[in-house]
Design a protein around this ligand. Structure first.
Ligand code: IMP
Ligand code: MG
Length: 171
């Protein structure tokens, strides 16, 4: 499929640094657990964690919502859960993209039910096109109006994740 560059490597790097600086300030004196939502968020989580200047821990969840096409299937279920104890801990969910909001609202509710000290959301991309569930993104990398994005961990049928930049696919 044809694609067009949308966000360069340097622009991603700069924005990740800014988000990391803000998180470092907001969580000074604490040790937040960063929960990456697999698989799309892994490069973002890895870069973000190394730019944050306070101690953090990492864990992962995997939620299944997208099938093999570009549309959300509507239902969400967990296929991998966190392994660290999170009760009483400050938690930051690190997501690649919030689109309809279904995945994150499910995960958020699920984690809130486990007595975390606090819960915030950090998403690389906030897509405003198809929001169905109200989800407030506390730390947002980039707002994107429309299009299907790939690269920097984001995939289309498991392709393109390896690209260092973010592209928009052309029909
Ligand atoms: P939501 O449940 O509709 O908010 O979508 C959640 C998931 O769909 C995201 O975490 C992504 O993994 C995937 N997704 C949504 N939009 C895109 C896109 O443009 N490119 C790649 N993956 C996407
Ligand atoms: Mg995802």
């Amino acid at each position: 499929m044809e694609k067009e560059i949308l966000i360069s490597k340097v622009a991603i790097q700069e924005r990740v640094r800014e988000l990391a600086a803000q998180i470092s300030l907001d969580y000074a004196g604490k040790e937040p657990i960063l929960i990456g939502i697999l698989k799309g968020s892994i490069f973002f989580l890895a870069d973000l964690m190394r730019e944050i200047s306070i101690p953090t821990k990492m864990d992962f969840m995997r939620a299944y919502s997208y099938g093999s096409n570009m549309h959300s299937s509507g239902s969400v279920h967990l296929t991998k859960d966190v392994e660290l104890p999170i009760q009483g801990r400050p938690v930051i969910i690190v997501e690649d993209i919030v689109d309809s909001g279904l995945t994150l609202s499910y995960i958020k509710e699920n984690l809130e039910g486990r007595g975390v000290e606090s819960l915030r959301i950090c998403s690389l991309i906030d897509k405003l096109e198809r929001r169905e569930r109200e989800v407030s993104v506390d730390y947002c990398g980039f707002q994107v109006k429309e299009g299907f994005l790939v690269g920097y961990g984001l995939d289309c049928n498991e392709e393109y994740r390896y690209l260092p930049e973010i592209y928009v696919l052309k029909e």
